[in-house]
Write a protein of this length. Structure first.
Length: 393
């Protein structure tokens, strides 16, 4: 039986509006002992059942996964993962000749806080961000087997890095089912090696798929610089679109190796399209090269509100230097994946950068995360990826 948690008067309103988080300060009383990862039932101060979720030590005390007391957790996983699959199917992602990788479950966006599942052409990579979802991982594997059948080659759990640091789970990354599989995916005609075992996140940044495709449509005949290149996704997409030259930069030697491997996989000569192991800001400051298109896709500059100001200054500096280096009539693809920097703040930082650089710019496109990273209407915090395509006079 789930532990009962009663909320303070008035603190139940966000739950009634279907926001999936309950903060620790909203809790009035916990009946009995509760451990991190336990399933709890939430009640109003008038003893009215509200929702069920996973308990977690910290500011966010409960992550809600159901508003129905009469279903089991296993039934919830089955229903919601099936719903997530059917949503991707309706978006044309599950049987697509051009693209065979997508995000199957996007946490709160699919009503499953703490759970990420990415699909890589037969291998499902799971990342759990809560102890409760980590405990449910084998039940989740069973649902994946039912959905994909023989198409499911393996399920890899990569939760060791994403679980709360203070929780002693003994989590070790590894296969929960099957084996590695091929490790190569297709995205709009581009091929990519995927290393979910050693790579960042689940192995690839699926969330930039549509933005890479947009770049490929604009890159013909252009000289392109892809900064913070990681696996070279934007580099390959630009060349696929007919770019005349692509340079790639990243401070990680491993990222440069991955970029070069993906260029070779797609038939491009790395001597003609070199990648440089160098800090992006330093490269932009020292290079005498100018470009027709520059891609700025840095890692999150801010993960907490207390460093948001420094992050905004970082975005301003980076974008100002890029705006100086792009040719007249050129374009800049610029992004922020910092959740605490909203779209308005990011756009303001980019506009300030253009003023500082003394260039006139137009906003061609306002970019976001793709359809397989849906934003729960009741959880606007799920919008984390912001982007602009600038046309620079």
């Amino acid at each position: 039986m789930a532990t009962k948690i009663v909320l303070r008067s008035g603190k139940d309103e966000p739950v009634r509006r279907f926001h999936p988080w309950v903060f620790s300060g909203a809790i009035k009383k916990i009946y009995g002992e509760v451990m991190e990862g336990d399933i709890v039932d939430l009640y109003s101060n008038q003893d009215e059942y509200l929702a069920s979720g996973h308990y977690q030590v910290g500011s966010i005390a409960v992550r809600i996964f159901s508003y129905d007391q009469n279903v089991t957790a296993k039934d919830v996983w089955k229903e919601k993962i099936n719903n997530a699959y059917n949503y991707r199917k309706s978006c044309g992602l599950t049987d697509n000749a051009e693209t065979n990788a997508y995000r199957l479950v996007f946490a709160e966006g699919d009503g499953l806080p703490g759970l990420i599942i990415d699909w890589y052409h037969g291998v499902a990579v799971i990342q759990t961000h809560s102890i409760g979802m980590y405990h449910a991982r084998f039940d989740i594997v069973d649902v994946l087997k039912e959905i994909y059948g023989d198409a499911l080659v393996g399920v890899y759990d990569k939760s060791a890095e994403t679980l709360p640091k203070k929780a002693e789970t003994g989590a070790v990354n590894g296969y929960l089912y099957g084996e590695k599989g091929e490790g190569i995916i297709l995205e709009y005609g581009c091929q990519f090696h995927i290393d979910w075992e050693l790579g960042q996140k689940t192995g690839f940044f699926i969330d930039q798929r549509e933005n890479r495709h947009l770049l490929s449509q604009l890159a013909k005949g252009k000289k392109v610089l892809n900064t913070f290149c990681y696996t070279g996704g934007f580099s390959v997409a630009a060349l696929k679109g007919g770019a005349a030259l692509v340079h790639s930069t990243d401070s990680s030697a491993r990222a440069i190796e991955l970029t070069e491997a993906n260029l070779k996989l797609n038939g491009y000569d790395i001597k003609d399209h070199p990648a440089f192991c160098e800090d992006t800001n330093y490269y932009l400051e020292r290079t005498t090269e100018t470009y027709d298109i520059i891609v700025l896709d840095p890692p999150a500059f801010a993960k907490h509100h207390d460093v948001r100001h420094n992050a905004l200054q970082g975005y301003k500096r980076l974008n100002a230097e890029a705006i100086r280096k792009v040719n007249k009539g050129g374009m800049i693809f610029t992004f922020s994946c910092s959740q605490v920097v909203d779209r308005k703040l990011f756009n303001s930082a980019v506009i300030a950068a253009a003023i500082q650089a003394g260039r006139s710019v137009r906003i061609m496109h306002q970019l976001s995360q793709p359809v397989d990273h849906p934003i729960n209407a009741f959880h606007p915090e799920g919008e984390y990826l912001k982007g602009l395509v600038l046309f620079v006079e």
